[in-house]
Write a protein that binds this ligand. Sequence first.
Ligand code: 1GP
Length: 254
Amino acid sequence: MTRRSSVWSYLRESIQKDGTIHLSLIDPENQSPKTAAEIAERSVKAGTHGIMVGGSTAIGVLDECVKEIKTRLDDVPIILFPGNVTGISQYADAIFFMSLLNSRNPYWIVGAQMLGAPVVKHWNIEPISLAYLIIEPGGTAGFVGEVNLIPRNMPKITLAYALAAQLMGFKLIYLEAGSGAEQSVPLEMVKLVSQEVGSDCPVIVGGGIDSADVARGYVRAGASVIVQGTFVEKTVLKDGGKSLEKIIKAIKES
Ligand code: 1GP
């Protein structure tokens, strides 16, 4: 198994080239490692740029899941999206080394990171610093992360957090509505944050994105990365990746 040399360079260059890229998120808790690998493989065929692996609660099966995906897909980066210190696997190419800036509990801002950092360093996993902001409704991530949810009608609060993240030197900013959220992040919020900090810190949007129209809206609002988890897990094996392909095509053509 080889490891990619620099996932961050790959992401940055892909964003520069394509404008907005797509990442597929797989939660190891939702299926067997074999099924997860099948989903990842089909997502790549549908045009996704990389595979994120993680969830708010998964423990135990992560290594198996990452290994299985890696044996099938050696040329697409596998990036950890950890919900806690248990979300680290030595087999991944990179890790979104994230801080949940709007948590009320310092554990999610820097405590888990303090515990995880030596492990990331030991396994030489590429860290990509990421400021994580959870917006209403927030879902499981909002609940587990003890978040002071940003109200949907307060884009300026999100911007203030994003500016703080930029000044603190984070590479990426992730605006999260929560996995499977009924309402995804408001367009106006994505637009404001992308306009003000997007050229320095690319903006990732995720949570409840389930159609080409919604994805198109985020591309036009200036998002650099669109993440889909629930949609990918629900559709890719059923229709061989056709629906996902449509969404990724819409992202490319917007
Ligand atoms: C969750 O933003 C991601 O952390 C993806 O959300 O599962 O709703 O696509 P979905």
